[in-house]
Design a protein around this ligand. Structure first.
Ligand SMILES: CC(C)(COP(=O)(O)OP(=O)(O)OC[C@H]1O[C@@H](n2cnc3c(N)ncnc32)[C@H](O)[C@@H]1OP(=O)(O)O)[C@@H](O)C(=O)NCCC(=O)NCCS
Length: 145
């Protein structure tokens, strides 16, 4: 059974594992705990009670910065990240956040396509933003209508 929930402390261990599977410089459990305080939040999709995808948001009402979006490799191309971002936009609006921003590697066509389908558009670039390997970031944003 698939469910969508706000990230809680009990999800952090599984989300850290998703980070390790998805990124060269994964967020640690300690770093992910930032999503549990100061108005920040995360949303996770659970399959049979286990997180398989998540998104994190650093909140600075009325803006929010998306830290990462990741789906466990075994659960990709099932519409999970798309569902996650739809839920995220409603949750953000409920919290008084009317615009969301994120950076994405220029070469990450899967993520850019996901964000465009979810209503984000390109608003700028950051030269040499990423390391290991070095790459420009594309800055994308979403604004509540
Ligand atoms: C990007 C990512 C989060 C997508 O997760 P997902 O759950 O597989 O995404 P969905 O199944 O909801 O796909 C939604 C849309 O994203 C795009 N997309 C997802 N995977 C794609 C791929 N491999 N190639 C091209 N487009 C892709 C498509 O537009 C897709 O819509 P479609 O299925 O109708 O074509 C996942 O590939 C991932 O975790 N990648 C590694 C981590 C990462 O790069 N995160 C982004 C950091 S900025």
């Amino acid at each position: 059974m698939r469910e969508i929930r706000l990230v809680e402390a009990c999800h952090i261990c599984d989300i850290a594992e998703i980070e390790r599977l998805c990124f060269g410089e994964p967020w640690s459990e300690k770093a992910l705990e930032l999503l549990l305080r100061d108005g920040n939040f995360g949303v996770t999709v659970l399959e049979e009670g286990v997180p398989v995808s998540y998104v994190g948001v650093i909140s600075a009402v009325p803006e929010g910065e998306i830290t990462n979006v990741a789906t466990h490799p075994d659960f990709r191309r099932r519409g999970i990240a798309g569902e996650l971002l739809e839920f995220l936009k409603k949750e953000a609006a409920d919290r008084g956040i009317d615009s969301l921003y994120l950076e994405v590697r220029r070469s990450n066509e899967a993520a850019k396509s996901l964000y465009e389908k979810s209503g984000f558009s390109v608003i700028g670039e950051r030269k040499g933003f990423y390391k290991n390997p070095k790459e420009d970031a594309v800055l994308m944003g979403w604004r509540k209508e």
